[in-house]
Design a protein around this ligand. Structure first.
Ligand code: AMP
Length: 304
């Protein structure tokens, strides 16, 4: 089954304590679609400017990602600059230049409109709504967002959250959106808005998945080398949704497995700058790290 994703395709300028990348390939939809493409077919909805090199588009197409919905508009590509300190969990945004994103009117190709899986990656919530309206009868819709949109468009964002099945956000954003410092309480408030499930990403502390009745926790894979956390969240979401679209199993068990596949994908992405690790990743490495994850979290039950 295939996934339609709308989000940013970007140039990023990123500084971490381990190096700097200037105008490197980034964007929420880029990371998401690359990660999901290891599991299923992906159709991309996004915009780039005249300055965006063909080479990056060829990379996406080389991963079998359908780029019919990738528009090129006059002007510059969306550009994000950020910095990480030794605490790699939280990016500090230095600059966001929306550029062609301001004129973007997503028009889904006919072949995208019957998609079963839809991911509204981090982008202007007005654009997320426009894409949502054009997909006819999706089986599962999930969305992400970030502090930039929580502070600039909270009301539109609330509408998006009310219309999706799963919300995937990071812990700082869950707190910012609800004004509630306790994550369990913040999760309850977001679920009360109407989504069935909430996935909270916690960087090196892993992931929590909430429904009204349950909580599932997965750790992040403990790595010796973390170079660049940019895109970890989108790469996680790509593995999570990609696995769900691949299996079609939306049971609690299937969703928990998908959380681990998402965590496996994110653990690779942070090992190098931009999408460099994804570019040389092989499926057998994903399988092997899934096994390591199982070993990491497995313990013997006892009878009381
Ligand atoms: P994350 O997975 O949260 O680390 O996402 C990182 C990606 O989000 C970067 O590659 C950026 O290009 C992209 N990004 C940064 N700010 C925004 C924004 N306001 N809207 C959409 N995408 C963004």
């Amino acid at each position: 089954m295939s996934i339609v994703v709308v989000g940013t395709v970007a140039f990023d300028t990123v500084e971490t304590p381990f190096g700097r990348g200037e105008n490197v390939l980034g964007g929420s939809a880029t990371y998401f679609s690359t990660s999901a493409s290891f599991f299923t077919d992906v159709s991309l909805v996004a915009v780039v400017g005249e300055d965006f090199p063909e080479e990056h588009i060829s990379f996406l197409q080389g991963r079998n990602i359908d780029t019919t919905g990738l528009q090129r508009l006059p002007g510059k590509t969306f550009h994000w600059s950020g910095r990480y300190g030794y605490d790699l969990n939280e990016a500090q945004t230095l600059d966001t230049q929306l550029n062609v994103l301001m004129d973007f009117q997503p028009e889904l190709p006919e072949s995208y409109r019957d998609a079963d899986y839809l991911f509204l990656a981090n982008i202007d919530p007005d654009l997320q709504l426009k894409v949502l309206e054009q997909v006819r009868n999706p089986k599962l819709v999930a969305c992400d967002t970030m502090n930039f949109w929580i502070s600039s468009k909270p009301e539109t964002l609330k509408k998006v959250l009310q219309k999706v099945d799963i919300v995937v956000i990071n812990e700082g954003e869950a707190r910012q959106f609800t004004g509630e410092p306790n994550l369990v309480k913040a999760a309850r408030q977001i679920i009360a808005l109407g989504c069935k499930r909430l996935v909270i990403k916690r960087g090196e502390y892993g992931v929590l998945m909430f429904t009204a009745e349950s909580i599932f926790a997965a750790p992040a894979y403990p790595l010796e080398e973390v170079f660049d956390p940019t895109g970890a969240g989108d790469t996680f979401a790509g593995g999570f949704m990609g696995y769900l679209a691949n299996t079609g199993d939306l049971s609690e068990e299937g969703l928990r497995q998908a959380i681990v596949f998402g965590s496996v994908m994110a653990s690779f992405n942070v090992e190098d700058f931009s999408l460099n690790r994804m570019k040389r990743l092989e499926y057998k490495e994903i399988q092997s790290r899934f096994g390591s994850f199982k070993a990491l979290t497995s313990f013997k039950d006892i009878s009381f």
